[in-house]
Write a protein that binds this ligand. Sequence first.
Ligand SMILES: [Fe+2]
Length: 267
Amino acid sequence: MFDSSTVTDLASLTAWFGSYCRSFRGSDLEAQRNFDLKELHTRNVCEAARLIAAGGDERRQMLAQVAGLCHDLGRFPQYREYRTFLDSQSVNHAHLSAQILKQSSLLDFLPKEERDSVYFAVRLHNVFQLPAGLPPATEDLLRLVRDADKLDIWRVFIDYFFAPEGERASAAGLGFPDLPSCSPEVLEAVEAGRMVELATLKSLNDFKLLQLSWVYDINFVTTHKLIKERSLIQQLAATLPDDAVVQGIVTRVHDYLEDRLASESAT
Ligand SMILES: [Fe+2]
C-alpha cells in the first residue's frame, strides 16, 4: 500500500485509496465481489459529494470529496475480519473508518479545523440522528456525505435486487430473509413520514422500505433533483410487493419528494 504520508491533496488521496483497495485483493471470489462493491460505492459517493457541492465554495467541494473517499474505509477490514457488512454483528464501520484516519497521516495535508470536520463527518456518517452542537462547517460536511452516501446506496441495492442471484455481492443484502410481506410497524413509520430504524427490520422488504424512508432525511436540493433524475423511488418501488398498502406508501414518499422539489424551486 502507498504510504499515507505521501498524501498531499485530493488526487494523491484518490491514488492512495486505489492502493488501499488493492491491498485487500485475494483469491476468494465472493470476498472480492464484496470489496469491489465497496470500492465502486466509495468512488461513486465521492463523485456524488462533488455534484452536491458543485457551484459553491471550491474548498468545500474538495472536502466533500475527501470525506466521501474516506467514509467507508472501515468496510474493508470489517468484511475481511467478520465477512459481513452488518455493523450489529461485527463493528461500527464508521468508527473503524475514523480510527483508520486517526492512525494514519491521510488527512495531515489539511489544516486542523478541516481535518476535524472530515473526521467527524466520517465517524458520524451512519448515525440515525445527527447530534446537536456540531460546528456549522462539520455539520454541513456531515449532511453532504450522508446525502451522497444514500444516493449511491440506492444504486447498490437496485443493482442487487435486479442482479441474477449468482452475480450478487453476497453481503449487500445484509442477510435479511426474503419474506413476501412487510412488517406493519415499518409500513406505519414510512406512512407517517418517519425514518425506519434498522432494529425494527424483519425482512428484505422491510429493508427496502427503510431505504425509501431515507428520502425524508435528505438535506440538499441537488440530492432531491438527483433522486428524481435517477428515478430511484420508482426503481425501488418496482422491487416491492405490488399491493395497495405498499404502493400507497410509495406514492406518499413520491409526493413528499415532489413537494420538497416544488418548495425548493420556489425559493
Ligand atoms: Fe458507510
